[in-house]
Write a protein that binds this ligand. Structure first.
Ligand SMILES: [Cu+2]
Length: 146
């Protein structure tokens, strides 16, 4: 009985040693972890790696009655494949709605509170009109993808 227990203990120890020797290269582990982190940042469009194809549109303070001036810049020009990011710099909520039934200009954000943002990728040359889903014609903008 005691001998069997000793043997199985030795077998377990041997397995642990083998596993340890296979995955114990600290340099490889560090590179792998770094790679995973970099991928995550890249996917999220993190500010550590600013995207040159990104255009930020500010939803201005007191924008509810500014009409075409609610968004800055307006129109916003973005290269093909670029991303437009709307950032709510106002104190009240707004949303972004593309003025089209279908296609690239048909999009709709959730309601964005102060400081929140919404982004959309534009992968074809197109001109889209958009408005705020809460204030409608009191807040209008245009996107030119070129
Ligand atoms: Cu609004």
């Amino acid at each position: 009985m005691g001998e069997v227990a000793e043997r199985s203990k030795a077998a377990v120890l041997k397995t642990v040693e083998l596993k340890g020797s296979q995955g114990s290269n600290p340099c490889l582990s560090a590179i792998l972890i770094l790679f995973v982190f970099l991928s995550l940042f890249a996917l999220q469009g993190c500010d550590f790696f600013p995207d040159p194809q990104r255009r930020v549109v500010s939803i201005r303070l007191e924008s509810a009655n500014l009409g075409d001036a609610a968004f800055s810049p307006n129109p916003v020009r973005v290269p093909i494949g670029g991303r437009v990011v709307w950032r709510n710099d106002d104190k009240q909520p707004h949303s972004i709605v593309g003025d089209a039934k279908k296609g690239l200009c048909a999009f709709r954000s959730d309601e964005m509170g102060s400081g929140k943002s919404f982004s959309k990728l534009f992968f074809k040359p197109v001109t889209c009109n958009y408005y705020c889903g809460i204030h409608f014609k009191a807040m209008r903008g245009k996107i030119i993808v070129e």
